[in-house]
Design a protein around this ligand. Structure first.
Ligand code: HDD
Length: 714
């Protein structure tokens, strides 16, 4: 600390205390900038009322336009400059507001206000990494999971992903990695995906990426809904308690709804059927009052235990198995309010791992240290200068004052004559605050460093395969099949045979011979008899399993938040439709009546039933299960409809539960599956089939059907 000037001390009582925040504080803060058009006259930005917003000023009705038309020029000039650069990575995203409530145990680990205040407002943005702002939601990619906590002691950003590790160990390689994964520079192909030469060239030459690439080849790479996705802080961070004791932590977001992903074929079809699938579902659910919820958990490692692992806590390509250090829940995140304006909030929000508060600190993870530079740097360019902290979405809810001044787009009107410290002209304000457990100034962990300058990688970062093997060992058979299929597909898009061979012969055998052989067979590439990696890199001893690494370990278990199609056509049994809707709604699921057209369905008893969508407008890839409502005429009509048959076949292929309330022999025959097929339930009444259908829906998919799903032509 610098020496304190006397004016600071004498005037301390005038300083602002931390405000009392509640879940609504950021919403109230944003109200200062909201603009409402109700009853407003159309005016220029200078306030001049506009009489004609359809015609330029011209010399005669058919004559040339006049330069003088300041109204046209202002309008066009603003329009021409509407775009800002998109994020260099994570360009496509969707965000929501909410709040964080800590549990009673949280303050034990950290003095950060966010862990003791009853509620802190937050804004969370989910994103894909590779694609541009207009790319598809459901591509195979990592998902960003970035949360801004507007805490009473300043802003904390937890800028994580939905996978707990990363592709590289040192930020020095980040530009290389991003150049390799992004669309190729000569033709800007492909968009939003890793299935191309430069990505596989790079990762096959960088064995440290093997673990993370394996995660991205799993179904985690296309979550069913953001609410069904885990989140991770990735790096080891530090929490500092009120006594100043620091502990290492890994942050986890555990979805209260459980984990569910799409199936690759489903994800691909969604690119065309609903490219905004994840974004739309989050938006609609929040509009319907169905909030998204996660628990924040931490894995805590005491400082003296830092070296007790067979990997390095500073290596971001490693996770701490939950069986070794359990995840302790310390709070709950709720996202329950949609933004008012995509650009002002979701596009302009600026996250940075460097936004931390007293009670939270960094570690020497070289990836994290590099990130601390990169985010602010990119935001200067993307958001046009150093004043983006003034944008409503980025503005701290707690008061702040300092001597930073001016710059592009400055809004604050700083008063006073002294913009320096120490000063006596403005009575010494704004003044420093000494560190303290509450309302204290930020203090870095007092880590002793005694080292020589060196550009090198620690040997403790050398094992690139043990944890990849741990991940592989921990997958169920279905998940393993999907991973083999994923590598096979991705490599089929790689034009250069030697890159495909390098992946199959030099990388995959070190993870698993089964994986290597599975992919090798489909590419006609032989696999060596023994893994080629050096013993040190290979982690030969790793035969362990961590159940928490399987997506199926945290299945929802019930039908809450699931979307179910009720197929109906004219002649449907209205009572059964009502019965199905009621049972689904009682379980927290959303029923959607899907009909051949958007015209209301006329039921057998003459009632009309509104349809929520058409067979090809809300196709089976947008729902989690399908029920064909009873009523013989309706079932007969659906049996004759190619779209209805395709709907059922596709749902079958994607392992979704199907219930048919009718005898429906012909429908089953046309759809080419059998009454006894797994997860297909038929009966005369809803009561007969519903519980079985709901039980399977709770498990998300009919996993046992995987072996026959590929036979389905849909
Ligand atoms: Fe990053 C954006 C997450 C490594 C540099 N990153 C960005 C976003 C997320 C992450 C979620 C989007 C934030 C938003 O929604 O606006 N990044 C990660 C994680 C990483 C990671 C979990 C590894 C553990 N990132 C990483 C490295 C660097 C960057 C190593 C550079 C040294 N990331 C950036 C960036 C971005 C970014 C270029 C682009 C836009 C932005 O920051 O604001 O600075």
């Amino acid at each position: 600390m610098s020496s304190r000037n006397p004016y600071t001390e004498s005037n301390r009582s005038a300083a602002t205390d931390n405000p009392e925040l509640d879940a609504n504080s950021k919403n109230a803060d944003l109200e200062r900038d909201r603009h409402y058009n109700d009853g407003a006259d159309l005016r220029t930005n200078q306030g001049v009322r506009i009489a004609d917003n359809h015609n330029q000023l011209k010399a005669g009705e058919r004559g040339p336009s006049l330069m003088e038309d300041f109204i046209f020029r202002e309008k066009m000039n603003h329009f021409d400059n509407e775009r800002i650069p998109e994020r260099i990575v994570h360009a496509r995203g969707a965000g929501a507001h909410g709040h964080f409530q800590p549990y009673d145990n949280a303050a034990r680990y950290s003095k950060a206000a966010v862990f003791s205040d009853p509620s802190t407002p937050v804004f969370t943005r989910f994103s894909t990494v590779q694609g541009s702002r207009g790319s598809n939601d459901t591509v195979r990619d990592v998902r960003g999971f970035a949360t801004k906590f507007y805490s009473s002691e300043g802003i904390w950003d937890l800028v994580g992903n939905n996978m707990p590790v990363f592709f590289i160990q040192d930020a020095m390689k980040f530009p290389d990695f991003v150049h390799a994964v992004k669309p190729e520079p000569h033709n800007e192909v492909p968009q939003g995906q890793s299935a191309h030469d430069t990505f596989w060239d790079f990762v096959s030459l960088m064995p440290e990426s093997a673990h993370m690439v394996l995660w991205t080849m799993s179904d985690r790479a296309f979550p069913r809904h953001y609410r069904f996705m885990e989140g991770f802080g990735v790096h080891t961070f530090r929490l500092v308690d009120a006594e100043g004791t620091a502990r290492f932590v890994k942050f986890h977001w555990k979805p209260l709804a459980g984990t569910c992903s799409l199936i690759w074929d489903e994800a691909q079809k969604l690119w065309g059927r609903d490219p905004d699938f994840n974004r739309r579902e989050m938006w609609n659910d929040i509009e319907n009052g169905d909030a998204l919820e996660w628990e924040l958990g931490i894995q805590v490692v005491e400082e003296e235990d830092e070296m007790n692992f067979d990997f390095d806590l500073l290596d971001p390509t490693k996770l701490i198995p939950e069986e070794e250090v359990p995840v302790e829940p310390i709070g709950k995140l709720t996202l329950d309010r949609n933004p008012d304006n995509y650009f002002a909030e979701t596009e302009q929000v600026a996250f940075s791992p460097g936004h931390i508060v007293p009670g939270i600190d960094f570690t020497n993870d070289p990836l994290l240290q590099g990130r601390l530079f990169s985010y602010l740097d990119t935001q200067m360019m993307r958001l046009g200068g150093p004043n983006f902290h003034e944008f409503p979405i980025n503005r701290s809810v707690c008061p702040f004052a300092n001597n930073q001044r001016d710059g592009q787009h400055r809004h604050t009107v700083n008063t006073g004559q002294a913009a320096y410290e120490p000063n006596s002209i403005d009575d010494g304000w704004p003044a420093e605050t000494a560190p303290g457990p509450r309302a204290g100034g930020f203090e870095s962990v007092n880590e002793k460093i005694d080292a020589r300058k060196i550009r090198a990688r620690s040997d403790s970062f050398g094992d690139h395969y043990s944890q990849a093997r741990l991940f592989w060992n921990s997958q169920t058979d279905v998940e393993k099949e999907h991973i083999v299929a994923a590598y096979t597909f991705e490599l089929s898009k790689v034009a250069r045979p030697y890159i495909r061979e390098r992946v199959i012969q030099s990388i995959l055998p070190n993870i698993s011979m089964d994986l290597a052989r599975g992919v090798g067979e489909q590419h006609g590439v032989s696999v060596p008899d023994v893994p080629p990696a050096e013993a040190g890199e290979y982690g030969e001893g790793c035969t362990e399993v961590s159940e928490a690494l399987s997506l199926l370990a945290r299945l929802p278990g019930d039908i809450e938040h699931r979307k179910v199609a009720i197929l109906a056509a004219d002649g449907v049994d209205a009572g059964e439709v009502q019965d199905i809707k009621q049972r689904l709604t009682e379980g927290g699921a959303t029923p959607l009546v899907i009909a051949p057209t958007m015209a209301p369905v006329t039921a057998a008893n003459g009632e009309t039933i509104e349809s929520d969508g058409m067979l090809n407008g809300l196709p089976s890839v947008t729902v989690d299960g399908v029920i064909v409502a009873g009523g013989q005429t309706s079932v007969d009509r659906l049996t004759q409809s190619g779209l209805a048959i395709y709907y059922l076949q596709e749902a079958f292929k994607h392992l979704k539960p199907i219930a048919i309330i009718s005898e429906a022999e012909e429908l089953l025959a046309r759809a080419s599956f059998f009454r006894m097929a797994r997860g297909v339930f038929t009966g005369d009444t809803v009561a007969e089939v519903f519980d079985d259908f709901a039980a399977v829906l709770g498990e998300h998919r009919v996993w046992a059907r995987n072996c026959v799903a590929n036979d389905m032509p849909a």
